[in-house]
Design a binder for this molecule. Structure first.
Ligand code: ZN
Length: 404
């Protein structure tokens, strides 16, 4: 191990012997008491030295081997240390691709904040490279979202859509003006390739994998059609439900941006749960949906470019949080923001007893067990759980969360 104090956290001394790592309440931590020698020693924990060399340097600073080991173990236990050489074989392979790693350095630093074990962040980043995600819809939201996922290191992003690129599909980061009248799908895949750090996968591989629905770690449904955004069609989602494929909805309808729900089939509320819940609250909901779906498609619907970009970014962030093994707040919920106020609010989407997806049984079972401490959101499957990010480290004495 080559210990490195996580560079993503800014360091500051709260007093002579208490050091605070990080600035924001979400991830800041204070450690103390720490003597002056140990404080100076922190500067040596930059990933360039292994433990034997660190002990040697420690002795020169009047720190015993035991003190050095205890300091390193304490910081590691508090989730403050990374390992410049850790993360396993996939991480090692990524380290050798220096150009790719340089592009992803801020993402790696960010992952170091949400993982605790030394080397976990790079392991997760490397794991992204092996993931396959499909984005359905290559409009202002879908094409940008797909590019963001590719740019963040997701190895294979397959975009599906029909038709040709129209002038109003063009968006910064998405379909380019050079692609006018090209097939949307082709143009979106080109945008994904441009965004991806490193060499893109061969198309033949992408196509072969895309043919197998169940092989996607996540499918993102980002329709260009506003009715499909507002009222996701349960019938369209049936193959995804049958294959157990997690999927996330995102889009813009009129002046409202929507992200969610994230559906983990059988565990969290699905499009049919959403439909039934709305019909409960408004008996004429099915009648309205039928009219909207049957209506003539408008040539160009409302879609504010900035709102679409925000939706693409937020949806991509939720998608990455899920793919990295987290439980984002978009399960059993839809995040919505409307122009011009743009305050994001979360609307719950509850598993419905009349839906056959099984989420309601899951939630009921979880509520009746474990004294009700398990919540539906915790049922989210963690595709990257093997990386050990769930291991909560034992905090050494004198370490606690900062109240900042
Ligand atoms: Zn359902």
């Amino acid at each position: 191990m080559h210990p490195m104090v996580k560079p993503a956290l800014r360091r500051g001394w709260r007093d002579l012997n208490t050091v605070q790592f990080g600035m924001t309440p979400a991830h800041a931590m204070t450690v103390g008491p720490m003597d002056t020698a140990s404080g100076s020693f922190l500067d040596l924990l930059n990933g360039t030295r292994g433990l034997p060399l660190l002990r040697e340097e420690g002795r020169r600073m009047d720190l015993s081997d035991g003190q050095v080991d205890a300091l390193v173990a304490g910081l590691a236990g508090a989730g403050l240390l990374d390992d410049a050489r850790g993360g396993g074989p996939a991480a090692d392979a990524l380290r050798e691709r220096a150009d790719v790693l340089e592009r992803l350095r801020p993402d790696l630093a960010s992952l170091s904040l949400t993982t605790s074990g030394p080397g976990d962040a790079l392991a997760l980043l490397a794991a992204r490279g092996a993931l396959r995600v499909q984005v359905r819809g290559a409009g202002r939201v879908g094409a940008v979202l797909a590019s963001v996922l590719a740019g963040a290191g997701v190895g294979e992003v397959d975009v599906r859509d029909v038709g040709r690129v129209e002038p109003w599909d063009v968006a910064p980061g998405g379909l380019s003006a050079d692609a006018l009248r090209e097939r949307r799908e082709t143009a979106a895949r080109a945008a994904v390739r441009r965004a991806a750090p490193g060499r893109p996968r061969r198309t033949t591989v992408a196509v072969r994998h895309a043919a197998r629905e169940e092989s996607h770690a996540l499918v993102i449904v980002a329709p260009r059609d506003d009715v499909a955004v507002h009222a996701p069609d349960p019938v369209t989602a049936e193959p995804l439900m049958a294959s157990g494929t997690p999927h996330l909805y995102a889009g813009v309808v009129e002046g409202t941006g929507v992200v969610g729900p994230l559906v983990v089939p059988g565990a969290t509320a699905c499009a049919r749960c959403l439909h039934h819940g709305r019909a409960d609250r408004d008996p004429v909901w099915p009648r309205l949906v039928a009219q909207w779906r049957g209506g003539r498609a408008r040539r160009v619907g409302a879609c504010d470019l900035a709102l679409a970009t925000a939706v693409a970014g937020l949806a991509a962030a939720h998608a990455l949080a899920f793919l990295d093994g987290g439980a984002p707040s978009v399960a059993n919920a839809r995040w919505e923001a409307s122009l011009p106020g743009l305050g994001w609010r979360s609307r719950p989407v509850r598993p419905h007893p009349e839906c056959g997806c099984g989420a309601v049984e899951r939630v009921t079972a979880e509520h009746s067990s474990a004294e009700g401490e398990a919540r539906a959101t915790m049922a989210v499957r963690r595709p990257s759980a093997e990386h050990g990010t769930e291991t909560v480290p034992t905090r050494p004495n004198g370490t606690w969360r900062a109240h900042v």
